[in-house]
Structure formats: structure tokens, C-alpha cells
Design a protein. Structure first.
Ligand SMILES: [Zn+2]
Length: 270
């Protein structure tokens, strides 16, 4: 498993309950023993930009300092992209523009930064979007092109559909649940080829959604998100609830890369 390539899928705004209810393909993979699943407790505040940084640095917001969505700056910490680059691993992302701002270039230039192919950057191959209603279907196609063209060692795929539908209609709405189901269907169309190429695939979320269409605090629907590991040999689940800070070291462990001292929470099943 060491020295594997990893695809990290962050389904923005998808809580654990909705995922369990709607992600029929991934749940079927778990039932068949081809994937494992954890309940992840997010760091706080349960907002997007702070938790993007948590997922990539293994640090809670009170330590990495991106405490609100309005703190617009590059990451000050070691993160998955910089660690990959320090060890000559290829990186790519199809993601929201805030990921470009955290890891490549700030402030985001909607023309120049949308398509990035620059070997010197943390995210060497990036396709970014700014509109929250950018369709998940298009985003996954953006990602798949980067995978086929560049064979990245670490690939971030970050669609916004669940968060968008959750904010507009609420976390218990039909629209939110159908969006989760659509994401699962799209994943099922790409996953077999990713596994064929030897990728380890992690699917998680930054935070969930409450029924009023909000997140940021401590409600379970907001703080509990799923983590799936789809692999020829999935990591065994020996914990009921895992800390979101475990995701970054788990990616590094799968890739056979050193885990920096800043990451205090151990990788899953380390
Ligand atoms: Zn949101």
C-alpha cells in the first residue's frame, strides 16, 4: 500500500447521515468488503475554508489560523501538496477557487488562475471554479481529464453540489439528498478505472449541513461527516469516530511519505 497514488474526493457539505442514506454505490462497496468507512468528527468552526486547511494540514483551525472563510491567504503550514512536491510527487486538483488561494496563488484571478499547469506550483495541474452552482458532473470531468493527462500522484477532487443545495434548500431537503445520490452515481462511473490504475481513493466531506441550510457550529448533522477508503486492501476500521485531523497523515501514509511533526493526530490504523 505504501507509495500508492491517492485520489482525495471532498464532497463539500455532505454530512454522515445523508451520505449513509444516499451513497448507495459506496455503501455497497463497504458491504462487499471493497471499501472501509469511518464517521469523522470535523474540527471547529465547521466552515469550509478553515476545514479545507484542516484536511490538508492535519491541524485544527485554532492552530493553522484560517479561522473564517474571510481569511484569504496562502497556507502558512506544511500541507499535502507542499509535502508531495518536496518529494517529487505530481499534484493536481479540480476544486473550488479557495483551494487555489490556499495553496497556489492569492488573490484568485478568475481568468489567469482558472486553468493552471505549472510544475513549480504546489498544485501543479489545477482546474478551478468560483460559482457554487458549478455542476458536479462538469467538475468530475475536469478532474478525470487531469488524471488521464498527468497521472498525478495526489489528486484532489472537490465538487460543491451538496453544499450549494444544502444552503438553498436545507440539509433534510429532497434536493440535498438527491444531490448526494448524484455524486455517488458519478463516482461509480469513474471509480473502477481509478482502481484499475492502482489509485487509493478517499471520499470525505469538509462539514455537513443542518436542516436550516447552515453549518459552522457543533450540531451532529454538521460535525459528523463520512470517510470512505476504496482500495484493493482497505484500511481496517478500528475506531468509532475519528478526528478530521487524521485525514492528512493517512494520505501521507498511503503515499509512503514522511508525516511532519506538526501533525499530532495519528494516521488511521497507524
Ligand atoms: Zn457551506
Amino acid at each position: 500500500m505504501a507509495n500508492s497514488k491517492v485520489i482525495l474526493v471532498v464532497l463539500d457539505g455532505l454530512g454522515y447521515g445523508a451520505a449513509t442514506q444516499e451513497l448507495g454505490y459506496l455503501e455497497g462497496m463497504v458491504q462487499a468488503g471493497k471499501a472501509s468507512k469511518w464517521k469523522v468528527k470535523t474540527s471547529l468552526p465547521s466552515n469550509s475554508r478553515p476545514l479545507y486547511e484542516t484536511i490538508h494540514t492535519g491541524l485544527p483551525p485554532i492552530e493553522h489560523g484560517v479561522l473564517t472563510n474571510d481569511i484569504v491567504r496562502l497556507s502558512h503550514c506544511e500541507h499535502l501538496f507542499s509535502i508531495c512536491r518536496a518529494h517529487d510527487r505530481t499534484t493536481a486538483a479540480a476544486a473550488y477557487s479557495w483551494m487555489s488561494e490556499l495553496y497556489n496563488h492569492v488573490p484568485y484571478d478568475p481568468v489567469e488562475d482558472r486553468e493552471q499547469d505549472d510544475e513549480s506550483r504546489n498544485i501543479q495541474h489545477g482546474r478551478f471554479y468560483q460559482k457554487d452552482d458549478y455542476p458536479d458532473f462538469e467538475l468530475f470531468a475536469d478532474a478525470e481529464l487531469l488524471i488521464r493527462r498527468h497521472h498525478p500522484d495526489f489528486m484532489l477532487i472537490h465538487p460543491m453540489g451538496c453544499d450549494y443545495k444544502g444552503h438553498v434548500y436545507g440539509g433534510s431537503s429532497d434536493q440535498y439528498h438527491k444531490q448526494a445520490s448524484r455524486a455517488d452515481q458519478i463516482l461509480s462511473t469513474y471509480m473502477p478505472a481509478w482502481l484499475e490504475k492502482g489509485y487509493e481513493v478517499l471520499v470525505t466531506a469538509d462539514h455537513g449541513m443542518d436542516e436550516k441550510g447552515w453549518h459552522g457550529g457543533t450540531l451532529e448533522v454538521v460535525q459528523h461527516v463520512p470517510l470512505y477508503h476504496v482500495s484493493s486492501s482497505p484500511i481496517q476500521n478500528d475506531q468509532d469516530v475519528v478526528d478530521q485531523c487524521a485525514i492528512a497523515p493517512t494520505v501521507l501514509k498511503l503515499m509512503g511519505l514522511p508525516i511532519p511533526d506538526q501533525m499530532k493526530v495519528a494516521a488511521l490504523n497507524a
